[in-house]
Design a protein around this ligand. Structure first.
Ligand code: PLP
Length: 406
């Protein structure tokens, strides 16, 4: 009989957001009269920046003519986009990244899960707790997470780095050695941002231990203070120990368009092998590139009009986050995040469990949040709110929460 991948058989239930969607659908069916306000899943509301939409339309028309048609593109992305990213995301911040160290992809999820292909299964993986569930799932699927302990809601083989109110949700470097370290700042779900000194400590740790930092900067566009590091490559020593993932999803509303990139410095080596060369090799076999139309759209983000439009959208989102934060605080909740991130992280009242508070918000306020426990055992007792959606809905949602808890 055909055998299944044994690692997949260890995975617990459904992916967090599928479970949230299932519960919401069940609630809507039983209460069709109740309008729902969604502050849960981190999708963007759009529309695409006009400069991006126009660039994509032009590219589509170009492709429709005999001169402009393009088939398979350069495997790692078109030079025009790799160059625009290097210039605007790195050189302007003093980070030394060359265009050929940038691998264009269909988004950060594929990259931060696929990167595991380069590493042996016996590496120890460290990750923030709570954190974006994809790092955990991908490590488990690769056989790098041990066994799932249902009672404790954690994997036996992972090194969970506690992110708590006490450490400002930024983990301290551990005493023990970790081989692969997933860091994500601004963080999903807590909204926390790491300082330059905190990232430097991680870079020093990785260099001292021969570890590799897998740095997820999917929410970089929301960092609101110029002195904070926008890339791990702004930290001295990072070229020898880090890989960075970025995405146009939240920066420019590309969750449906799909475009992101991984940055792998040429000198990053382990066991005498270049990770840049290994990722090129992996991508050439497993990935066929991002469409020309999409890459032209992403390039348009870096035109003066495109940039102004996406920056305005990020600012509007942060303003919505501020309204949510103020509203939740007034409702008596303890709240973090929402300053360098579209996410707010709130402590459940009265020691309620995450899923219990999720149900309470759904039933009493008709508001969908995301249970913190879905992001790891350290998320128990918290819920995440997202400011990526509609501002008016967010205002209404906090009013309803205020009424429900008041
Ligand atoms: N990384 C983090 C931390 C995220 O929260 C998300 C999406 O929500 C992603 C990566 C995935 O981004 P993309 O849409 O580029 O795949």
């Amino acid at each position: 009989m055909t055998k299944l991948n044994p690692q997949y058989r260890k995975l617990p239930g459904s992916y967090l957001f599928s479970e949230v969607a299932r519960r919401v659908a069940e609630f809507s069916q039983s209460r069709p009269d109740r309008s729902l306000l969604r502050l849960g899943i981190g999708d963007v509301k759009g529309p695409l920046a006009p400069a991006v939409a126009q660039a994509m339309s032009r590219a589509a028309l170009e492709m429709g003519g005999p001169q402009g048609f393009r088939g398979y593109g350069p495997e790692q992305g078109y030079p025009f986009l790799r160059r625009a990213i290097a210039e605007h995301e790195y050189w302007e911040r003093g980070a030394d990244i060359s265009p050929d160290e940038i691998f264009i992809s269909d988004g950060a999820k594929s990259d931060c899960s696929g990167i595991g292909d380069l590493f042996g299964t016996d590496n120890t993986v460290a990750l923030c707790d709570p954190v974006y569930p994809v790092y955990v799932d991908a490590s488990a699927m690769a056989g790098r997470a041990g066994e799932y302990d249902r009672d404790r809601g954690r994997w036996t083989g992972l090194m969970y780095l506690p992110c708590t109110a006490e450490n400002g949700f930024v983990p301290d470097v551990p005493e023990e050695r970790a081989d692969l370290i997933y860091l994500c700042f601004p963080n999903n779900p807590t909204g926390a941002m790491a300082s330059r000194a905190q990232l430097s400590a991680w870079v020093d740790y990785a260099n001292a231990n021969g570890s590799v930092i897998l740095y997820d900067g999917a929410y970089e566009a929301f960092i609101s203070r110029p002195e904070l590091p926008r890339s791990i490559f702004e930290i001295p020593g990072a070229r020898g120990c880090a890989i960075e993932f970025r995405s146009f999803s939240k920066t420019a509303g590309f969750t449906g368009v799909r475009c992101g990139y991984a940055v792998i410095p040429r000198e990053l080596e382990r066991e005498g092998v270049s990770l840049h060369a290994l990722w090129s090799r992996r991508q050439a076999s497993k990935f066929n590139g991002v469409s020309y139309i999409t890459q032209r759209g992403a390039q348009a983000v870096y035109t003066p009009e495109g940039w102004a439009q996406v920056r305005a959208a990020a600012a509007a989102c942060l303003d919505t986050a501020r309204l949510i934060r103020e509203g939740l605080s007034q409702a008596g909740l303890e709240v973090w995040g929402g300053v360098h991130s579209p996410y707010l992280w709130a402590k459940t009242p009265g020691g309620l469990g995450s899923w219990a508070f999720f149900e309470l918000l759904l039933e009493r306020a008709g508001v969908v949040a995301t249970p913190g426990a879905g992001f790891g055992p350290g998320g128990e007792g918290y819920v995440r709110f997202s400011a990526l959606g509609d501002r008016a809905e967010a205002v209404q949602a906090v009013e309803r929460i205020w009424a429900a808890l008041g």
